[in-house]
Design a protein around this ligand. Structure first.
Ligand code: ATP
Ligand code: MG
Length: 359
């Protein structure tokens, strides 16, 4: 559990909170509550991000994003204003330290800060530092790996301010990769025949970006972005049928387009999407000791496209599934279950963030 000890606004204790994922196309809000041994979706909502307000995983227009957050909060009415948000994986520095296992949390924190000075190329007063104990390699080792995570305070302060401007309380700043790992644990545990050591590739096809993450033993061991996503399909529909962007986006989801849509636009897009994944897998193989994957998970809003999973399955050969982090969760009456089911594959990071309130 990340604690970021030198960020005063972080409270290490578990508390109800909402996970907020801010992407190039949307703000996604999710609140989870404990329910028996499992979890319940207590609230969920999505609001669009203005074009250009977020690009290359960076917030370009904070005011506009704050308005989108306010909109989703007003609409969703979560039971808490405490929020967890993620920084992109690329802006953090992580190092694995090996430190004595018997240290209590305060002693560990002091040691980590001492060590951080040597590992981080910025003055310590400009970075937010956090750590997470990892399981010892052998059960009776006297030392244990400790994951050091550091991020420039400028970045965390900006997110902090963004949440405050949107009327929320900044509670947890996480890292995108960690949130994804947490949500993927829910998915992986349901894969038929899964066992530790298996290689799970996750292709997240969003609006603008397709990310290939490769997961082994619960950790992301490889991650690359490509500029490819559902926006290309929307653009093509818009151009071919002379529709507005909104009309094209809606028609894509509803499927009420002329008969030639499937052969002229949808099928070529599906082929292109699968080719993207194949290319990204080749890059993974060439940069690692692995030559195959055991499972392919499709995630992101565009993975909902009918027949895409079957095509990927056929072309790539690994058993595949579309991610649904909520398949074993209860759902509050207040949540629109059908909409949640549609958006589920696009809610992985929001889900991983919301889980911070539970673990
Ligand atoms: N049912 C559907 N059928 C086809 N496409 C869909 C469907 N639902 C969502 N999409 C598309 O999925 C895309 C959004 O996916 P997602 O929410 O994963 O992206 P994002 O995370 O917001 O963006 P990015 O990761 O690119 O920054 C949009 O292009 C949207 O049109
Ligand atoms: Mg995305």
């Amino acid at each position: 559990m990340l604690r970021m000890p030198d960020l005063p606004f972080l409270r290490p204790k578990k508390q109800p909170l909402i996970g907020l994922d801010i992407t190039s196309s949307a703000v996604k809000l999710l609140e989870l509550h404990p329910q028996g041994n499992g979890m319940k979706v207590a609230s969920y909502g999505v609001a669009p991000i203005e074009v250009g307000a977020v690009s290359d995983r960076r917030i370009k227009d904070y005011k506009s994003v704050a308005r989108s957050i306010q909109r989703v909060v007003e609409r969703t009415k979560p039971s808490t204003l405490n929020a967890a948000i993620a920084v992109p994986t690329g802006v953090v520095i992580t190092r694995t330290l090996v430190l004595p296992r018997h240290l209590d949390d305060d002693e560990m924190e002091a040691r980590v800060l001492q060590e951080a000075d040597q590992h981080i190329p910025y003055p310590l007063n400009e970075v937010a530092v956090d750590f997470e104990r990892q399981p010892p390699v052998n059960p009776d080792d006297e030392s244990q790996p400790v994951l050091l995570v550091a991020c420039r305070k400028e970045t965390t302060n900006q997110l902090d301010q963004l949440l405050l401007d949107a009327g929320l309380k900044p509670s947890v700043i996480d890292v995108e990769n960690f949130a994804t790992e947490r949500a993927l644990r829910l998915i992986v545990s349901q894969l038929p025949g899964y066992h530790p050591g298996h290689i799970v590739a996750v292709a997240d096809i969003g609006a603008n970006v397709t990310t290939l993450d490769v997961l082994k033993d619960g950790k992301i061991i490889y991650s690359r972005d490509q500029i490819f996503g559902g926006k290309q399909l929307t653009d093509e529909i818009q151009r071919y049928y002379g529709l507005s962007r909104e009309e094209a986006g809606l028609a894509k989801k509803r499927g009420n387009l002329p008969a030639d849509y499937i052969s002229e636009i949808l099928e070529p897009f599906k082929k292109a999407a699968v080719q993207q994944i194949q290319r990204q897998l080749q890059l993974f193989y060439s940069s690692s000791a692995h030559h195959e994957i055991d499972y392919l998970i499709l995630a992101g809003g565009s993975s909902a496209i009918e027949g895409l999973q079957q095509l990927a399955n056929h072309q790539i050969g690994a058993p595949s599934a579309v991610a649904n982090p909520f398949s074993n969760m209860a759902i509050s009456d207040k949540v629109k279950a059908a909409a949640l089911a549609q958006d589920a594959p696009a809610m992985m990071i929001a889900c991983g963030l919301a889980m911070r309130g539970m673990t």
